[in-house]
Write a protein that binds this ligand. Structure first.
Ligand code: CEZ
Length: 795
């Protein structure tokens, strides 16, 4: 383990590094240096914005493909959202320089670009805003951002208060990055009429056919203020001069010089001069975002900056009834009550900012929506099914807009997408009991079939995708995107997909059984038995399940390999698919705990690959311990936790779950470098090979882990699962919880649960009446129920 940064690095050694208020709804960071990449994110229906504690920003909005109005000063590559993005001096950001016009002393907030430590620094992440509170040399500055409700627009408020005993003459300079927007044409100027700096760009394109689609794009960036600035600058190079962003030349003059940028990298810098009496404050508000024209800008300015409309808050009613809990584990309560459903909602509402989400992601993100807004899950299933292929398979990505195309990884054939369909539909039906949905006819360009028929067709496709051994062919990948060379010749198989197929069949045949489709259920059961037998015959290797068998017939993911000896997914899914007997179960959990478990959760594989393995693929070329090559890939960690609950290893499951949330202690926070406001897609693994970087967060909010984590808390930990007959109560609370309460919305009703340990067996009282079984069958929409669950002592 590396040395913990000493308290001298901490800006305020007397304050906790990370703290919270409002029962965890507000998370505070007291230092901009110790966790430099710590950030918060905000979104509306078209914009995703991430801001780091030091003031750097990453924004993307949909028009319809993701793009940005605030970029770096050089041409940026267009890609999907990447993990571990670096920040650099010219990284896009939102800063305010403050100059004392008498002493000429200058600093900046939040921290960049001047990097002068403040006397007091606080970065606060909330659901709807990101805020900074900085105290510096007799000035208190509050700087905060929220997003407009339905425009690609950031709304910033700056308040400067003179807390010193003397009158202060100040120059206040908001400086927003605009950057390199286009190689075709760009310029910038100040418009007095709009009190705005406007950077106009022509979206870059070459093909004549693209002109109509670029013509109406919002390619202009603007920064508008509610009051007129005394001066401005729009040319980045002239603003910086020789001093650079850290000590810009422009701030040495009394006034900004007011140049227009003519095909020069623009910057939006304004100067406001204020004289403040002791205790007097000045507030200025800004709107920063994208528009297509001056009239668009004027409308946005009026809507968001004019005093009459300014007080209208963006809607905060984004999430309907979600569960609320109070348990002895505060850290979990804070995360689940505020942050986890928020991350789940982000996925469900914004589709990871793509127009062609991977089918598996789209369906799993919809899975999490079940507990927030089941109609979204239903909609996602419908959308997916409307694009089903005639052979029953699902495309690699779901197209969400008429012009969308399959991009990036969606151009690589993966064989697992169909597996996620029965999983999602089964969960939807259990949660809502809307069995009529199964009879709904869904039209594709190839024909009409009911939801039920389409799920059956997807399963049949999976069953056709088996080799002679009855194992699932992998083609160029399964859940694991970069496992692209195991089966590209058409013979390699995936152990994981074989298990996932069995799991999907098992879930589906139970539903079929319930609905009276006994014959179908039996046929499916026979298939599941065959695949399970093949898994045990070909993949069980001593004390683990191998990950697969390559085109060349080589079994991998066993102790016969020098690297990649154990893979997490084939252990977790062997449990889920119920293919492991008691002895195998014990052994494989032991293997995972011995070879994969770390302080941050279980690694996806170990040891990580250090060289290319040409019959496995791109995965082995990833840096050891990074992403799929042996990080603690949280999506996979959640599968494992879910599986542990299924085999009722609840103590281990709970301990592993808690590792996914940053903040076990201060050292843990520093190591991960992330605030406990989301689960990242991974924490670096390779704990033996690269101990210095182990545990580092990817900072990437896009992850299937969020949905699964929410399911785990609701359906496994509290054990509140929907079933045909009603709400099943099957908690697996950790033994040290003597009491806990949780509110669960279910089929239009609300249940207030209180769990109490006592010395007798399980007993459940609903509104004072003791139940005969652990399924609450009377669920009246609109009703609020009080449920007491008496739990036996022990796990
Ligand atoms: O993408 C995720 C996918 O969105 O990787 C998961 C997969 O199950 C998700 O559906 C595991 O492979 O192509 C690559 O190498 C990328 O690393 C992707 O695998 C990865 C992206 O980084 C997003 O996290």
């Amino acid at each position: 383990m590396p040395v913990k940064p000493g308290s001298s690095t901490l800006q305020n050694p007397d304050r906790p590094l990370v703290d919270h208020s409002d029962e965890g709804a507000r998370i505070h960071l007291s230092c901009p240096r110790t966790m430099p990449h710590a950030s918060g994110f905000l979104w509306n229906d078209q914009l995703l914005a991430r801001f780091t504690c030091r003031g750097y920003a990453q924004v993307q909005f949909m028009q319809p493909e993701p793009t940005s109005y605030s970029k770096g000063p050089v041409l940026e590559a267009t890609t999907f959202l990447q993990p571990e993005l670096g920040h650099y001096a010219h990284h896009p950001g939102r800063f305010v320089y403050v100059r004392d016009d008498r002493s000429r002393e200058c600093f900046s907030i939040p921290y960049e670009p001047v990097r002068k430590p403040a006397e007091h620094f606080e970065f606060t992440v909330t659901d709807q805003s990101i805020e900074w509170h900085v105290e510096h040399n007799g000035l208190t500055i509050d700087w905060s951002v929220r997003l407009a409700d339905d425009d690609a627009l950031e709304l910033w408020t700056l308040t400067v208060c003179n807390t010193s005993p003397v009158v202060r003459e100040l120059s206040i300079y908001p400086v927003f990055s605009i950057g390199y927007l286009s190689w075709l044409s760009q310029d910038a100027t100040y418009s007095a009429e709009h009190r705005a700096i406007v950077a106009r760009a022509v979206p870059p394109y070459q093909k004549l056919a693209d002109y109509p689609s670029v013509r109406d794009q919002k390619a202009w960036t603007f920064l508008a203020a509610d009051t007129e600035p005394q001066a401005y600058e729009t040319v980045q190079a002239l603003f910086e001069g020789e001093g650079g962003l850290m000590d810009p030349d422009a701030l040495k003059a009394d006034r900004l010089a007011g140049h227009d940028a003519t095909y020069e990298t623009p910057i939006a810098a304004m100067q406001f001069q204020r004289e403040l009496e002791p205790q007097q404050r000045a507030t200025i508000t800004f709107a920063f975002g994208a528009t297509e024209s001056y009239s668009g800008l004027e409308a946005l300015r009026r809507k968001h900056l004019d005093s009459s409309s300014r007080l209208i808050r963006p809607s905060s009613v984004r999430r309907s009834a979600v569960s609320r809990q109070k348990t002895p584990t505060d850290r979990l309560d804070r995360f689940v009550n505020h942050w986890l459903p928020r991350q789940v909602s982000y996925h469900g509402e914004l589709q990871r900012l793509t127009t062609d989400p991977q089918t598996r992601n789209f369906l799993q993100d919809a899975l999490g929506q079940l507990f927030i807004e089941p109609s979204r899950t239903e909609h996602a299933i419908r959308t997916t099914l409307s694009q089903q292929n005639p052979d029953g398979s699902l495309p690699d990505g779901v197209l969400l807009s008429p012009d969308a195309t399959l991009k990036y990884i969606n151009q690589v054939p993966h064989t697992d997408h169909s597996v996620w369909l029965p999983l999602t539909v089964e969960a939807y039906v259990r949660e809502t009991n809307n069995t009529a949905f199964l009879d709904e006819v869904i039209q594709t360009q190839y024909g009409r079939q009911t939801v039920m028929e389409r799920v059956d067709a997807a399963l049949d496709w999976l069953l056709c995708n088996l080799d002679a051994r009855h194992l699932s062919l992998i083609a160029q990948g399964d859940w694991c995107d970069p496992m692209n060379m195991v089966g590209h010749k058409g013979r390699g198989v995936s152990g994981w997909l074989s298990m996932a197929t069995v799991y999907a069949i098992n879930l589906w045949r139970n539903l079929c059984g319930l609905l009276g489709h006994v014959e179908r259920s039996e046929v499916l059961a026979a298939h599941a038995r065959r695949v399970s037998a093949a898994i045990n015959e070909h993949l069980w290797a001593e004390n683990r399940y191998a990950r697969g068998i390559t085109d060349g017939g080589r079994r991998f993911g066993t102790s016969a390999d020098s690297e990649g000896q154990v893979f997490l997914n084939t252990q977790s899914w062997a449990l889920l698919a119920d293919v492991a007997d008691t002895n195998q179960t014990e052994q494989l959990v032991e293997t995972v705990e011995r070879d994969l478990q770390t302080a941050f959760g279980p690694m996806m594989l170990a040891p990580p690959y250090t060289r290319m393995v040409e019959d496995i693929g791109r995965l082995t070329q990833k840096h050891p311990g990074y992403a799929e090559n042996g990080s603690v890939y949280n999506h996979a960690a959640m599968f494992y936790i879910y599986a542990l609950y299924q085999i009722r290893r609840s103590g281990l499951a709970f301990a592993t779950l808690m590792k996914a949330i940053p903040g076990i202690d201060e050292e843990d926070l520093i190591r991960r470098g992330q605030l406990p406001t989301f689960i990242p897609n991974y924490y670096r693994g390779a704990v033996d090979l690269h101990p210095r970087t182990a545990g580092r967060s990817s900072q990437l909010i896009n992850t299937g882990a969020a949905s699964w984590c929410y399911r785990i808390v609701i359906e496994c930990l509290f054990g509140l699962r929907g079933a045909h007959e009603g709400l099943v109560v099957d908690p697996q609370l950790p033994p040290h919880w003597d009491t806990a309460t949780v509110t669960r919305a279910f089929r239009g009703a609300v249940f207030d649960f209180e769990f109490i340990r006592h010395s007798a067996g399980l007993a459940i009282e609903v509104d004072g009446t003791e139940m005969l079984s652990n399924t609450i069958q009377t669920v009246e929409s609109g009703h609020r129920y009080a449920v007491t669950v008496w739990l036996p002592e022990g796990p």
